[in-house]
Design a protein around this ligand. Structure first.
Ligand SMILES: [Zn+2]
Length: 333
């Protein structure tokens, strides 16, 4: 996917974050803003956008209208060039946020603010903190310097230590309704088949914002073609797995999940769903593609595989094993 610059000053406000913005503003104005927030976002729902907005809220120069979005401080926050805002992300060559990075952040937060106000640190994705880094962060969470705001952004809070979780105030950001997501994408990027893009990506407008709808449609069509061919026995699982492992694997796996879900839905429409569910252990699956239990089983495995893509493993081999399950020769006669 083409990388589109992250949200800039002209980015339309995602309307589905309204409640979160109202509660943060109220807390800030009342002097009750917690020093640590944990934004728990649905994937692609705008957690980083909201973290950036929260940084603007406390760093804006026009405190009565904060965040105004227009003052020099607000613009620097968007450009990720504000001296009182630090971002902690995974390094290019790593899937983790390391202890040295957390120590640098802690040292930075301990310094006096350049503007005489808040210091802000945004950690994203927070589940990338390794064990040592999370421990180091705990020290800052336990004894934060005054006027500090730490914002952790995560889609998987269960992967963070309970000690870290318990010191952050949670702010959930759910996925928007389809129409809301499409309207926002159209305002941001102009007309396009955003509906189809969200069909592939799920209700994740922030992911779609960085994609090309046409390119996405091509990858989806290609993935569907490969899966149909594998299921009819006319494609080679080894070659297909090698091709998928080379590029856009997370996206192709999403397409795999969608493809399996469609097959499940088709069974529901056919009315074979319950019959098969009851009879599945005794049913031959040879006639009508995988039976319903096999479909669900495979769907779980594809999801698990996608969730563990950051773990080093032989992706080609793992994919090949999944593909072989589709091949007619592998199924019961
Ligand atoms: Zn401002």
């Amino acid at each position: 996917m083409r990388a589109v610059p992250p949200a800039g000053g002209a980015t339309p406000v995602p309307p589905w974050t309204a409640a979160q913005r109202v509660s943060l503003t109220a807390a800030f104005r009342a002097g009750r803003l917690p020093h640590a927030l944990l934004i728990h976002e649905a994937p692609g729902a705008g957690g980083e956008w909201l973290a950036t907005w929260a940084a603007q809220l406390v760093l804006c120069q026009k405190s009565a209208q904060a965040p105004c979005g227009a003052c020099a401080a607000c613009r620097r926050v968007w450009a990720q060039q504000h001296p009182d805002l630090s971002w902690l992300r995974t390094a290019e060559d790593s899937q983790q946020i390391r202890i040295e990075q957390v120590r640098d952040l802690a040292a930075d937060l301990a310094l006096t603010s350049h503007a005489g106000g808040y210091k802000v640190g945004i950690v994203t994705p927070a589940e990338a903190l390794n064990r040592f880094a999370a421990n180091a962060l705990l020290k800052t969470l336990e004894e934060p310097p005054p006027r500090t705001l730490l914002v952790l952004v995560t889609t998987q809070p269960s992967r963070l230590p309970p000690t870290v979780l318990s010191r952050c105030q949670r702010l959930p950001v759910g996925a928007p309704a389809r129409a809301e997501g499409v309207a926002w994408l159209t305002a941001l990027r102009g007309a396009g088949d955003w509906n189809a893009a969200l069909d592939v990506l799920g209700e994740a407008p922030m992911l779609a914002a960085r994609a090309e709808p046409l390119e996405l449609a091509q990858i989806a069509a290609d993935a569907r073609g490969t899966l149909d061919a594998l299921a009819s026995g006319s494609a080679d699982p080894v070659a297909a797995a090698e091709r998928w492992a080379r590029a856009e694997l997370p996206l192709r796996l999403r397409c795999f999940e969608n493809w399996l879900t469609e097959h499940v839905r088709r069974r529901e429409r056919d009315g074979t769903f319950l019959t098969e569910l009851r009879a599945a252990p005794y049913l031959s699956a040879g006639d009508a593609f995988l039976n319903i239990r096999e479909l669900f089983g495979l769907l779980d495995e594809v999801r698990d595989f996608r969730a563990t893509l950051d773990v080093p493993l032989n992706r080609g081999l793992a994919l090949e094993a999944l593909f072989r399950r589709l091949a007619p020769a592998q199924r019961a006669p």
